[in-house]
Ligand binder design. Structure first.
Ligand code: UFG
Length: 341
C-alpha cells in the first residue's frame, strides 16, 4: 500500500482530494494546522470512504514537528501540497504573512522530502500566474507567459513554482507536478464535505449560495461593462470533485511513468468560460431558487476573462472535467442547505 501525505488536507480542495485518493486505494496522512478548516471534516471523509485518514495537527512552518511526521510514516511515496493562505485581499494587507507562510512551508517541505528520500511532489498552483492573458492566448495553455503578479498571494504561487523548478534542477531524483487550478466550485455529492468560507465570502459561489439561503441580502455582480458578450467577467468554473480526481491521476502518473519531464505543468479547468451572469442563470434554473442580485462597479484587480485550454491534462493525465454545470451548482446548493442544519 502506498501512502500520500496531503498538507492542507482538511481544506476545501484538500478534503475532496483525500476522499478520491482513499477511494483509489491510497493510505493518506493529512498535515494541517486547522488555521482555515475544521477538524470535523475528518468525520465527513470517514463517512464517505468508510475509513479515517491519519491526521497530524502540525503547521508546515514548524520544521521539527513536520519532519517528525515523515519519521513516523515510513511508507510515504508522495506529497500533495495544498497548505497555503489563499485570500487575495488579505495578502495585499498582510504580505509578509503570505510570504512567510506560503514560501516557508514549501521550503520546509522540500527540505524534509529530500532528507527522507521522498521524491514525488504535486503542487497546488493557480491560473492567477497567467494574469490577464493576451487575446491570442485565450483559452490559455501552459506555454502562455506568466504575467507579473497583481497580489502577494499570486506572487507566492509564482515563486513557489520557481522554487520547485530550482530544486528539481538541483536534485535529480525529485519529480514534481504543478497543477494550475482555475475556479473550483461545488461540493461532494453526498454533501458531507464542501467549502467552509471564513466570514463574508470573497468568492462567487459561496456568496451565491449564501444569498440564495437568505444569509446575505443580495449578490453584487462586480461590473457589466467588460469587453465580454454580456459585460460580466468570464472564468473557468471547475467542479471540485473533478479537480480532486486530477490529483489522483497526477500521483498515479508520477509513480508509474519513468520517462517524463521531471517538472510537469498542467492546467486544470473545463476548457469552457462562463460569465458571472451565466452562473446566476444556471444557478436559478438548476435549483429553482431566485437570486437577489444587483450590478455594481468593477472590483479592483479583477481579471476580465480567463479560461483554460485543458488539452494537456486531458491527453497526458487521461482526465477530463466533464460534470455538467447544473449538477455542480446543485451540489453547492445542497451543501449550503446542509450547513444550515
Ligand atoms: N464576483 C462577483 N460578486 C462576488 C464575488 C465574485 O461578481 O460577490 C465575480 C468576480 O468579479 C469574478 C468572478 O465572480 O468575475 C469570480 O470571482 P472569485 O472571487 O470567485 O474568483 P477569482 O477568479 O477572482 O479569484 C480566484 C481565486 C483566487 C485566485 C484567482 C486566480 O479566488 O485565489 O481565482 O486564480 F487568485
Amino acid at each position: 500500500m502506498s501512502r500520500i501525505l496531503v498538507t492542507g488536507g482538511t481544506g476545501y480542495i484538500g478534503s475532496h482530494t483525500v476522499v478520491e485518493l482513499m477511494a483509489s486505494g491510497y493510505d493518506v496522512t493529512i498535515v494541517d494546522n486547522l488555521s482555515n478548516s475544521n477538524i470535523e471534516v475528518l468525520n465527513g471523509i470517514e463517512a464517505i470512504t468508510g475509513k479515517r485518514p491519519d491526521f497530524e495537527n502540525v503547521d508546515c512552518l514548524d520544521f521539527m514537528n513536520f519532519n517528525a511526521v515523515f519519521d513516523r510514516f515510513k511508507d510515504i511515496v508522495g506529497v500533495i501540497h495544498f497548505a497555503a493562505s489563499k485570500a487575495v485581499g488579505e495578502s495585499v494587507l498582510k504580505p509578509l504573512m503570505y510570504y512567510n507562510n506560503n514560501i516557508g512551508s514549501l521550503v520546509n517541505l522540500l527540505t524534509i522530502m529530500q532528507q527522507h528520500g521522498v521524491n514525488n511532489l504535486v503542487f497546488s498552483s493557480s491560473c492567477t500566474v497567467y494574469g490577464q492573458p493576451d487575446e491570442e492566448h485565450l483559452p490559455v495553455d501552459e506555454t502562455a507567459p506568466r504575467k507579473t503578479a497583481t497580489s502577494p498571494y499570486g506572487n507566492t504561487k509564482q515563486i513557489n513554482e520557481d522554487i520547485i523548478c530550482d530544486q528539481a534542477h538541483a536534485v535529480p531524483e525529485l519529480k514534481a507536478t504543478i497543477l494550475r487550478y482555475f475556479n473550483p466550485i461545488g461540493a461532494h455529492p453526498t454533501a458531507l464535505i464542501g467549502e467552509l468560507p471564513n466570514g463574508v465570502p470573497n468568492n462567487l459561489l459561496p456568496f451565491v449560495t449564501q444569498t440564495a439561503a437568505g444569509i446575505r441580502e443580495k449578490l453584487r455582480v462586480f461590473g457589466d461593462d467588460y469587453n465580454t458578450p454580456d459585460g460580466s467577467c468570464i472564468r473557468d468554473y471547475i467542479y471540485v470533485v473533478d479537480l480532486a480526481k486530477a490529483h489522483v491521476q497526477a500521483i498515479n502518473r508520477m509513480l508509474t511513468v519513468q520517462d517524463r519531464d521531471r517538472v510537469e505543468v498542467f492546467n486544470l479547468g473545463t476548457g469552457r468560460g462562463l460569465s458571472v451572469l451565466e452562473i446566476i442563470r444556471h444557478f436559478e434554473s438548476a435549483t429553482g431558487v431566485k437570486l437577489n442580485y444587483e450590478i455594481v462597479g468593477r472590483r479592483e484587480g479583477d481579471i476580465e476573462q480567463v479560461w483554460a485550454k485543458a488539452d494537456k491534462a486531458n491527453n497526458v493525465l487521461g482526465w477530463k472535467a466533464d460534470t455538467p454545470i447544473d449538477d455542480v451548482l446543485r451540489s453547492a446548493w445542497k451543501w449550503q442547505q446542509r450547513l444550515e442544519h
